[in-house]
Design a protein around this ligand. Sequence first.
Ligand SMILES: O=C(O)C(=O)C[C@H](O)[C@H](O)CO
Length: 403
Amino acid sequence: MPKIRAARVIVTCPGRNFVTLKIETDEGVYGLGDATLNGRELAVASYLTDHVIPCLIGRDAHQIEDIWQYLYKGAYWRRGPVTMSAVAAVDTALWDIKGKIAGLPVYQLLGGASREGCMVYGHANGTDIEETLDRAQEYVDQGYKAVRLQSGVPGLAATYGVSGERFYYEPAKGSVPDETLWSTSKYLRHAPKLFERGREVLGWDVHLLHDVHHRLTPIEAGRLGKDLEPYRLFWLEDATPAENQAGFRLIRQHTTTPLAVGEVFNSVWDAKQLIEEQLIDYIRATVVHAGGITHLRRIASLADLYQVRTGCHGATDLSPVSMAAALHFGLSVPNFGIQEYMRHTPETDAVFPHAYRFERGLMHPGEAPGLGVELDEALAGTYAYKRAFLPVNRLEDGTMWSW
Ligand SMILES: O=C(O)C(=O)C[C@H](O)[C@H](O)CO
């Protein structure tokens, strides 16, 4: 049996912070797992180094399920983003090792390909509607079948999802969190105009998506979903915070616009009611924050019983290791829906050379054994960790709000 001989955490910042776990076996095979938790990176690094790695040494690297249960149940303190990102990193690295030992890409170990590739959506954002749509057209010209539209809201200085960069969006910055202002009424007046014009300019052959980023109450979200119905969105994402899962009933009662939620979920328990009551159409939980490939499969299996499909989070704060894992998972899982794909910068791609590729709107994880991602440790070592925070959000009267 391949024994875990060593494991260590590598923190690097090629433009943004990434935390990677590298596990090595006594037979000289290694695996990588992403452990990046945006804005709280070092908490996961410490959890791994101080509390997880010492318990891994000497274990059979093939016992992925048993090690998952050992880390989940054994900690006593279950769930939570720090714990589950650490568990995810171990789990992902062990799947990478298993694939390398078998000489097979991970998707083959998960049951093989269920489709030719994973449909992905790109991010089009602009300070106004026309700029957003110009960028969306560029995605369509590059072959994307699905595009998320976010536009600046008149009267608001900054809007979620809108950045100065053309293709790269990076919200984490500053040695303390930036503060942004929010107005629900201004946003609700503006958002339907974006999609009305979006259909005029882009037509009906491209899927359009939108992210509300947890900023509405359920009844406001119901109103927005209703107003957007004529434009046939692929999904409306994170319409309201989901700690109260029953809150989605209210949205569902008022609109047939498909709903997606779950990028901040870290276990199946965050989504159980949403799935069992069919309150959502797409579950956004992903490998790195929801306990790895092993736990994501469990979430997807539950979702499949209720015709809920996957739509994994894939922002730039999830490293190429996560992207590869998401693609192996997405290629094999029966109820795949769509995969988010925010491109990494060339600096990040150079630190994490990878086998996955984009072709005509679909992504494929490639045929390299394991996950098909490397970490250039020498290059990674040239980028020191830089503390960065996600912004916070207030209403115009100063009230703290969801970001
Ligand atoms: O990808 C999305 O839909 C996001 O909302 C991106 C988040 O802002 C980002 O991943 C937070 O770390």
